[in-house]
Design a protein around this ligand. Structure first.
Ligand code: GUN
Length: 282
């Protein structure tokens, strides 16, 4: 029987650990504050931002929300970020993506102080990860490492195949698995013989953005499968990049969708906020 990796439970455990840590810090008079900026009213972003605020409230982190209109100029957004960078009361700054097309996303990301870059998207954070220095790590891949560790799955020496090379998931995922001494292969849209490469994996991480793309032909017997995708299937039911039912009997462990990787992103964001506060005060 495959282990169903319970991201909901592991995320709840991490949030409870952080809640206890934040309560201790509060007793020492140290408060933590996250600034969340949303530009425009993309409905999915509104849900994500609301969930982040709820998680902050649960853990005891103050959240300051900035809901800016779609027509906000890049200069106005950069001015707000600059003000928050200089505000000692604010430990983390997050600009919810995507931002409107009239803004340069990379310029906005670079404007956030690396000390407050709790998303781990700043080039300095990305660089620090790649050379093994301390810095903030993108939340979804960091959450996947926690899923593996807390399920007792060894990474060292294992064949790890990551499908997808985005800046937010694929690339930092590869770096993190490498840091844990995994043997890492990164696949993408131009990869030849994708099935064959995936079948080598002891740990397969799928972030390809195609519903139920991976069936049992992509998976080695006894592999661990981590599904980053989230989609609606033909019956409007949530599903991942992996065809769960076709794969589940062949694997050692697998993350469900929903309830696998998804809940981990916010838990790791909260972790980064606490870390930001600890680093800033030390
Ligand atoms: N949009 C979708 N996911 C994310 C995320 O993790 N952080 C930010 N800032 N925007 C997102």
């Amino acid at each position: 029987m495959a282990i169903r990796i319970d991201g909901k439970k592991i995320s709840a455990d991490i949030k409870d650990e952080l809640k206890a840590q934040v309560a201790q810090l509060k007793e020492q008079g140290r408060d933590i504050c996250l600034a969340v900026i949303q530009v425009g009213d993309d409905p999915a972003s509104t849900v994500y931002v609301r969930n982040k605020k709820t998680a902050c409230a649960y853990i005891g982190i103050e959240s300051r929300a900035f809901a800016l209109p779609e027509e906000t100029t890049e200069e106005e957004l950069l001015a707000l970020i600059d003000q928050l960078n200089k505000d000692d009361h604010v430990h983390g700054i997050l600009v919810q993506l995507p931002i409107p097309d009239h803004m340069d996303e990379q310029k906005v990301i670079r404007a956030i102080s690396p000390k407050k870059d709790v998303d781990g998207f700043h080039p300095q954070s990305v660089g620090a990860l790649s050379i093994g220095e301390p810095g903030f790590v993108s939340c979804t891949p960091a959450g996947i490492i926690q899923l593996l560790k807390r399920t007792g799955i060894e990474i060292e020496g294992q064949e790890c195949v990551v499908v997808g090379r985005s800046n937010i998931v694929g690339k930092p995922m590869a770096m993190l698995l490498l840091r844990e001494n995994g043997t890492v292969t990164v696949c993408h849209s131009r990869t030849r013989n994708l099935e064959e490469v995936c079948r080598r994996a002891d740990i397969l991480v799928t972030a390809i953005g195609k519903p139920k793309f991976f069936d049992d032909t992509y998976v080695k017997e006894g592999a661990v499968v981590i599904d980053v995708g989230i989609h609606r299937d033909e019956n409007n039911k949530l599903c991942g990049d992996v065809d769960y039912d076709k794969v589940v009997d062949k694997v050692r462990a697998i993350t469900p969708v929903p309830g696998g990787v998804g809940p981990m992103t916010i838990a790791m964001l909260m972790n980064n906020c606490v870390e930001a506060a600890l680093r800033m005060d030390s």
